[in-house]
Ligand binder design. Structure first.
Ligand SMILES: [Zn+2]
Length: 159
């Protein structure tokens, strides 16, 4: 068995080759709830859904506020600031495209808006990823070839 075996998933992509990593990222088929998010990524903006009634931010996408059931949700840019809430070092990636970058860190960033955002966590200047480390938003083309929001820690992260 190959160390970078390709995990196949059902074909709901209209014939495109789909891999497990794409499935996690929602890249295979943006839905009406996720189109706004991906449009923001193209402009290098991280957008969260905000509730017009109770003023809370959400990610992943929501159609209804889980706190107050309002449907008045709108996309707004995130501040780009946060701290590491939890993380994991990946040695065996979910697809060959990501395996090229292993080992790498993924995890939850607790953003200034209170959203727990799952993403790649990139360490600069030899920094070590630790819970509570300040992080800032950036956008990188990852091994998948897609531009994606990431959070960065290191000497530049606090700026
Ligand atoms: Zn609400």
């Amino acid at each position: 068995m190959s160390e970078t075996s390709n995990i196949s998933v059902p074909d709901w992509s209209g014939g495109k080759k789909v891999q497990a990593g794409d499935q996690f990222l929602g890249l295979y088929q943006p839905s009406p709830e996720t189109v706004g998010f991906w449009e923001g990524v193209k402009r290098r903006e991280l957008l969260f859904k905000w509730c017009g009634e109770c003023a809370r931010a959400y990610h992943p996408r929501r159609m209804i506020c889980p706190q107050c059931s309002s449907t008045e949700l709108t996309w707004k840019p995130a501040s780009g600031k946060g701290t590491v809430y939890s993380y994991s070092e990946v040695h065996r990636a979910p697809s060959p495209e990501f395996q090229k970058e292993a080992p790498y860190n993924v995890g939850l960033i607790e953003t200034a808006e209170g959203v727990h955002f799952f993403c790649r966590i990139c360490a600069e200047s030899g920094a070590r990823v630790e819970v509570g480390t300040p992080a800032r938003l950036d956008f990188r083309v990852l091994g998948s070839g897609y531009l994606l929001p990431v959070f960065v820690i290191g000497s530049e992260a606090a700026k």
